[in-house]
Design a protein around this ligand. Structure first.
Ligand code: FES
Length: 261
C-alpha cells in the first residue's frame, strides 16, 4: 500500500515536500534499523537487533521523502487487533508534524485491512498518543499471550484506540484538533478544530481578507506565505508555488501555523 501525501513544511526553504506513506519492504530493513537506533540508545524504543528488523520489516510502514526514510512504525496484526510499536520520526524532522502524518496514515491503512483496534505501549509519549485519541487500558484486556510478554521494567502504559471508519488519511489529518492558526498581519489567532475543509474556508469564516477565485487549487490567487508550521493538501496543488507559499483553498494544518495575512 502506498499513498502520496503533499505537505509544505516551514523548513528547508518552505518548499512543497512530497511524502510517500508506504509499507516497508525487505530493502528498507537497514534504514528502519538506522532510524530507530538513536531512540534505542535513549531508552524510548525497545532495543532490537538489525536481524530483528530484517525479519519483521514487512510489519512496518514508513514515510519516505525523496528516497529517505524519515519515520517508521511497526504494526503486528492479529485479526481485528494490531499492536503498533517502534514508532519513530528522524530527529532532523522533529517538530514538523510528521508524527501526526504517520499515525493518521497508519490508522487508516490498518482500518483498510479491517483492523478495528490499535494497541500500543508507551513510556515517554503517553500524552502525545492521548492527544491522538488513544486511551489508557487495563492490561487484563490484552490477549493472554501478550500479557505474559510485558516488560515490567520499562514501566510502559498500554493504550488503545479504535480505527476510524469512512475517512481516508488526509481527512484524518484534516480533523486534527487543538491547533492554533495565527494571522500575523491581522494580529488575530483562532483555534483549528478540524471543522473546515480548507484554510480558505477557515479564513473566510473568521473574516480574514484573502484573494480567491477558484477555491479548487487551480488559479493560484489564494497563495499565502507560510511563516511557520506544516500544512498538507487534499490533492497535489495545481498552481505553481514559490518557496514559502501555500494554497489556502486546498490546504489544512498539521501543526500550529503562522500565516502572512
Ligand atoms: S482560490 Fe484558486 S488556487 Fe486557491
Amino acid at each position: 500500500m502506498t499513498k502520496a501525501l503533499f505537505l509544505t513544511l516551514s523548513k528547508g526553504g518552505d518548499e512543497l515536500v512530497d511524502v510517500e506513506f508506504r509499507a516497508a519492504t525487505a530493502a528498507d530493513a537497514d534504514a528502519v534499523h538506522a532510524l530507530s537506533t538513536p531512540f534505542m540508545a535513549d531508552g524510548s524504543l525497545v532495543p532490537r537487533t538489525r536481524e530483528t528488523y530484517a525479519s519483521a520489516v514487512e510489519e512496518f510502514f514508513v514515510l519516505d521523502i525523496e528516497g529517505q526514510i524519515v519515520a517508521c512504525a511497526g504494526a503486528a496484526r492479529d485479526g481485528s487487533w494490531a499492536e503498533v510499536y517502534n514508532f519513530a520520526v528522524h530527529e532532523k524532522w522533529h517538530g514538523h508534524g510528521l508524527g501526526h502524518v504517520l499515525l493518521a496514515s497508519l490508522i487508516m491503512a490498518l482500518h483498510a485491512e479491517k483492523v478495528e483496534e490499535v494497541v500500543l505501549f508507551s513510556s515517554t509519549t503517553v500524552r502525545w498518543f492521548e492527544r491522538h485519541g488513544f486511551e489508557r487500558m487495563d492490561e487484563s484486556e490484552l490477549p493472554a499471550g501478550r500479557i505474559e510478554r510485558i516488560d515490567r521494567e520499562r514501566g510502559s502504559v498500554p493504550l488503545r484506540r479504535r480505527t476510524l471508519r469512512g475517512y481516508d488519511a488526509p481527512d484524518v489529518l484534516g480533523r486534527m484538533k487543538g491547533l492554533r492558526v495565527r494571522f500575523e498581519r491581522s494580529g488575530a489567532e483562532f483555534a483549528w478544530d478540524g471543522d473546515f475543509d480548507s484554510l480558505l474556508q477557515f479564513t473566510d469564516h473568521h473574516g480574514i481578507e484573502t484573494d480567491s477565485r477558484c477555491w479548487a487549487g487551480a488559479c493560484g490567487t489564494c497563495r499565502t506565505r507560510l511563516k511557520k508550521g506544516t500544512v498538507h493538501y487534499h490533492t497535489e496543488p495545481g498552481a505553481d508555488l514559490a518557496g514559502g507559499e501555500v494554497l489556502l483553498c486546498t490546504a489544512q494544518p498539521v501543526t500550529d501555523l503562522v500565516l502572512d495575512l
